[in-house]
Write a protein that binds this ligand. Structure first.
Ligand SMILES: NC(=O)c1ccc[n+]([C@@H]2O[C@H](COP(=O)([O-])OP(=O)(O)OC[C@H]3O[C@@H](n4cnc5c(N)ncnc54)[C@H](OP(=O)(O)O)[C@@H]3O)[C@@H](O)[C@H]2O)c1
Length: 345
């Protein structure tokens, strides 16, 4: 059986093969964290995953991953607890800092920012060489003063005051956290690469519903009677995980990497969902009826494509999101004619 360690217990070293590199993933049990752990195990890494409560049933899926028995240990660490992080990073060459509250609750903003400072300091103190930080495209696109033809790339930042004044404290927290990671890593001589994913779709490994998967589920359960006149960008979770590993493994990868597959108005997103799953009643009513449709913005994902990342088509990603939600019991199963089941192929 894979072991669940306390951060202070290094018994796990007994299972390790010395030639395999040890890395740590914070927030290992979450939606993206779980896929990062899975991809790392598939590539032969020894992985230490952190969770606030590793023994919680919600993390059990990690122990069933291929390679987990031999090469995964879980340890307890809250990002607000420097000592726990320091112990979790001991012996690691790399840290993937994925953990963050995904919320606009003002009380959680300091967790994202202080937590990131703790992670970078603990990593530097533990002798870690490379850190990959999971940011968000909320740090990039929230700027009302850009023209519709602008192509957003790694040099673009959201307007902090605009985010704050519109209640997007999650974006404020991620901006401050990313800047903190960059400044602290530079001070301490740590190599840092930042993956900047958009709204992340695709199959969940964990049982509990994360925020971006519930974004899809709410339209299929009828919980959303209208949709906003808004544009969003989407990426598949497996692409996000591969991006983390690509930037980690590429020796010259530094700075930000936009991880964005497709940009769609919500109306088109829901049309796609309706094409794939016509058995669900999906709202066709826009909150802003009568007003001009918000224009899609453009992104460059060239930096990641140059490292070799191929983005999963959104149609495929959405199909797998919904079938996964059904299998895990988050959506009722409609009767689907066989011919429609793999309509995206
Ligand atoms: N999903 C998206 O659409 C998306 C898009 C862009 C960026 N991101 C970023 O990707 C990362 C993961 O998001 P996700 O979608 O995978 O969300 P998720 O499933 O809710 O996972 C969040 C993780 O953060 C951990 N966490 C929260 N507060 C913590 C604390 N105080 N100390 C330690 N760990 C804490 C949670 O661990 P516990 O198990 O201990 O609760 C959980 O594993 C976040 O940094 C998020 O900002 C997500």
């Amino acid at each position: 059986m894979p072991s669940i360690d306390k951060a202070s217990d290094n018994g796990e070293m007994k299972q390790r093969q010395p030639e395999q590199e040890l890395v740590c993933v914070t927030g290992a049990g979450g939606f993206i964290g779980s896929w990062v752990v899975k991809e790392l195990l598939l590539r032969g890494y020894r992985v230490r995953g952190t969770a606030r409560d590793p023994a919680d049933r919600k993390n059990a899926h990690l122990l069933a991953l291929e390679g987990a028995e031999e090469r995964l240990t879980l340890c307890r660490a809250d990002v607000l607890d420097y000592d726990g992080l320091r112990a979790a990073f001991r012996g690691c060459r790399g840290v993937f800092h994925v953990a963050s509250p995904v919320s606009s609750d003002p009380n959680l903003v300091p967790v994202a920012v202080e937590g990131t400072k703790n992670v970078i300091r603990a990593a530097a103190d533990a002798g870690v060489r490379r850190v990959v930080f999971t940011s968000s495209y909320g740090t990039v696109h929230m700027n009302p003063n850009r023209g519709p033809d602008a192509v957003l790339d790694e040099s673009c930042w959201s307007d902090y005051d605009f985010c704050k004044n519109t209640g997007n404290l999650y974006c404020c927290a991620k901006m401050m956290a990313e800047i903190t990671a960059t400044e602290e890593a530079a001070k301490r001589g740590l190599e840092l690469a930042v993956v900047v994913p958009s709204m992340t779709m695709g199959p969940m490994l964990q049982q509990t519903l994360n925020f971006s998967s519930s974004h899809v589920a709410r339209y299929l359960t009828g919980a959303k009677p209208t949709y906003p006149n808004a544009v969003a960008a989407y990426t598949d979770v497996r692409d996000v995980a591969r991006a983390h590993i690509l930037v980690y493994e590429h020796p010259n990868a530094r700075g930000r990497y936009l991880c964005i597959g497709a940009v769609l108005h919500r109306a088109h997103f829901l049309q796609l969902l309706g094409d794939l799953f016509s058995q669900y009643h999906i709202t066709a009513k826009c909150e802003d009826d009568g007003k001009p449709m918000a224009k899609p913005y453009k992104f460059s994902n060239l930096r990641l494509r140059e490292l070799g990342l191929e983005f999963t088509p959104l149609r495929e990603s959405l199909y797998e999101t919904v079938t996964c939600l059904q299998k895990k019991g988050h959506l009722p199963l409609p009767v689907v004619p066989i011919t429609q089941k793999r309509a995206y192929l």
